[in-house]
Structures are given as C-alpha cells and as structure tokens.
Design a protein around this ligand. Structure first.
Ligand SMILES: NC(=O)c1ccc[n+]([C@@H]2O[C@H](COP(=O)([O-])OP(=O)(O)OC[C@H]3O[C@@H](n4cnc5c(N)ncnc54)[C@H](O)[C@@H]3O)[C@@H](O)[C@H]2O)c1
Length: 372
C-alpha cells in the first residue's frame, strides 16, 4: 500500500503525523511511504532522517494526495486540501466533524473513508489517539491561562500561585477527563485553588482519591457551574461527549457574572466549545476580550509544542497505521470494533451516530456489508 504523509497546513501547526521509525516499520512491512519535503521541520525532524528510514521525499502535497491509498495526517483536511481527496482513499487524522459542517459535507462528497483519531476506541473503551493530545492540551491550558492572566495580556494581573501573604488564584475546570485532570495537576502543583466539575461521579471519586488537597471535586450542575465561574480567575473548558458538539455549559449572559480580566481557556473548542461565547482562534492571535473576559480558544493547542506532541501522537498512531496499511481498513474495522468507531464517514455515508445527529444526516452504520 502507498502511505502518504503531507505537511500540515493549518496556521502554526508544527506537528507531523509520522516519525522516521514509522517510515522504517512501514517500508520494512513492504509498503511505500511518500513524505512531503519539510513536513517534519516544525518538529525538528529533517527530511534526511525520513529518507534514511526508507521514505520517498516528494516536493508537493498534491503528489501525495494523488498517489497515496492511505493519507496520515494530524489536523482535519483544510479547504485547500478538499479538492485533492479521492474516492477510495483512506484518510486517518483528527477530523472533529461536529465542529465543522462544511468539512463534513466536503468529506461526504469526496467519497473518502475518514477514520477519525478522536473517536477510535481501545479495548477498554478509552480514546487512545485523543488521550496524548489531551494530556498536552490539559497541561498547556494552565501555562497559557497563567500567561493571559498577566495584566499586559488583558488579564486580571494575578499570579496563579499567589505569594506568602497573598491568596493564590481560583481555577475552575469544567470536565474532569484527560484534559481536566492534567490541567488540575499542573494548576494544583503551582499552588492554585482548583475545582473540578464533572457529571461522572465515579470519575470524581477517582479524582478525589488521587488529587492533592487543593483540588475540590464537584458535581457539575447549572448552579455549581455558575458559582464556580463567578469566583474563578481562570476557567478551563474540558468537557467531551465523544463525536458530538460540546454542551454549552457557560452561556453568553453568564460572562457578566465573571470577574473583570478573568480568563477562559476553552480547550473543548475543537468540538465547538463548552462556552457559548467561544469562537476558534489561532496561535498567532490566540485570545479576544468579550465582556471583560479573556477568551483563549485555540483549536490546535498541542501544535505549538510540536516536538513533544509529535512524539506523543506518533507513539500511539503507528500501530494503527501499520494495521490499516497491512490489512486494509475494512478488515481492521471488522475485527476491531474500536477501530470501527473511528470510521466516521465512508463512501459518502455517515457511519458515526453523533456526527449524523449533529447535522440531521442519515446514520448508516452498515458500511461493512454495503462497501464490499
Ligand atoms: N483545543 C485543543 O487543541 C485540544 C487538544 C486536545 C483535546 N481537546 C479537546 O478537549 C476536550 C476534552 O477532551 P478529553 O480527552 O479530556 O475528554 P474526556 O472524555 O477524557 O473527558 C471529558 C469529560 O467531560 C465530562 N463531561 C461531560 N459532560 C459534562 C458536563 N455537562 N459537565 C461536566 N463534565 C462533563 C465527562 O464526564 C468526562 O469526564 C475534547 O473536546 C477534546 O477534543 C482539544
């Protein structure tokens, strides 16, 4: 099979979807790897290392999209890439369809099979390809939040840790999954007072057991959310309903209850955001001020720490890339229901229930038989 790795074209996206070791394992298994020149540059990995590992370096992405049976990427295809997607091609990447209707229709019309990192499950029901990036984004959310709480960045002028004699910051984290727990760990480590809100009581019990004493777990309901954002200096949005649009837990009118200069980092923006006033931003222009509240809503946070993120991502994607290339996506999806959950759209049919219901499209789970 021909496996292609194009350079990411999203602004300030420095990750790449494959390490040289991936090229080596794929070529060793008899596959051809086409790698776009410079694709590893943002993560500090030169073409020469891919070439030495057996990849063929090609000058332009067009060649990869034209020839590869399996395209492996990091971020969703952008409009410039849509016309290059071909029927029967498999694209393995983050898609986040629920956040972008135009992309959903472009993929339906293209006829590709879209296997989304963010909905593929492992045998324990976890999201193994989302987890490492959520770990990065969760930790980073506090780093970014701390920066934008500084007065020159339009924040309240608060140091997260406080100092002797001055109270630390209040941090409210909506969602105690991977992003939320990693954010809590870093914020608590800095000495902030942290609240984690979740609707999963088992998860709250677990967090209560492992988190330090400056972390309080709370059941997430409307009253607790309002009370928590009112007292917070920093709010982290970290909820997820897999494949679906994020629930809007903070309404636009709630901003008026928040402190002037407080900061919201809505990590869930890639699924549409859990704060109604959140709209996607980029690393170039990461924040905007609305009703006195700084909003940070970068959809590809891990892209800024490309080197860490590339290694963390490729560690988990490579075994799946090898399987897809060697056995074909239908066989892998048939033998592994977790991979089948990653197949969001195939040959124009929406095979993920949450994506279909987000846009009122027909859900057609029986892709296996139909596509034979
Ligand atoms: N912006 C970025 O660059 C970036 C990077 C990585 C992940 N993410 C996104 O961050 C979000 C969280 O990812 P995750 O891996 O932590 O997911 P996760 O599934 O591990 O955790 C989500 C948590 O939200 C909780 N939840 C659901 N509804 C809730 C509600 N009403 N109130 C409170 N909690 C609720 C769930 O119980 C769960 O514990 C996802 O949208 C993910 O795509 C964004």
């Amino acid at each position: 099979m021909i496996v292609g790795v194009p350079k990411e074209i999203k602004p300030d996206e420095y990750r790449v979807a494959m390490l040289p070791v991936g090229a080596e394992e794929l070529t060793h298994a008899g596959h051809t790897v086409l790698f776009e020149s410079g694709a590893g540059q943002g993560s500090g990995i030169p073409d020469a290392l891919y070439q030495a590992a057996g990849a063929t370096i090609v000058p332009e992405a067009g060649e990869i999209w034209a020839e590869a049976d399996l395209v492996v990427k990091v971020k969703e295809p952008l409009p410039a890439e849509w016309p290059m997607m071909r029927p029967d091609q498999v694209v393995f990447t983050y898609f986040h369809f629920a956040a972008e209707e135009a992309l959903t229709h472009a993929v339906i019309e293209s006829g590709i099979t879209a296997i989304a990192y963010e909905t593929l499950r492992d045998h324990r029901g976890g999201l193994p390809l989302l987890t490492p990036m959520s770990e990065v984004a969760g930790r980073m959310s506090i780093q970014e939040g701390a920066k934008f709480l500084e007065r020159p960045q339009e924040g309240r002028g608060i140091l997260l840790s406080g100092v002797p004699g001055v109270a630390p910051a209040e941090v409210a984290i909506l969602g105690g999954g991977v992003v939320g727990s990693n954010a809590a760990k870093v914020a608590a480590g800095l000495g902030a007072n942290v609240r984690i809100l979740d609707i999963n009581l088992d998860r709250l019990r677990y967090l209560d057991d492992i988190m330090p004493p400056n972390v309080t777990t709370l059941y997430s309901d409307r009253h607790t959310i309002l009370e928590s954002i009112e007292r917070a200096d920093l709010v982290i949005g970290a909820v997820l309903i897999t494949g679906a649009r994020a629930p809007r837990l903070v309404r636009s009118e709630d901003l008026s209850r928040m402190k002037n200069g407080s900061v919201i980092v809505d990590v869930a923006i890639d699924q549409g955001g859990c704060v109604a006033s959140a709209r996607p931003t980029t690393h170039r222009q990461p924040t905007y001020l609305l009703n006195g509240v700084v909003h940070y809503c970068v959809t590809n946070m891990p892209g800024a720490v490309g080197r860490t993120s590339t290694y963390a991502l490729c560690n988990v994607t490579l075994p799946y890339v090898l399987q897809l290339a060697t056995h074909g996506w239908r066989n892998v999806a048939q033998s592994d229901p977790g991979v089948a959950e990653g197949v969001n759209i195939s040959h124009g049919r929406v095979t993920n229930r949450a994506v279909a219901s987000t846009y009122g499209l027909r859900f057609e789970p029986r892709y296996k038989e139909q596509d034979q």
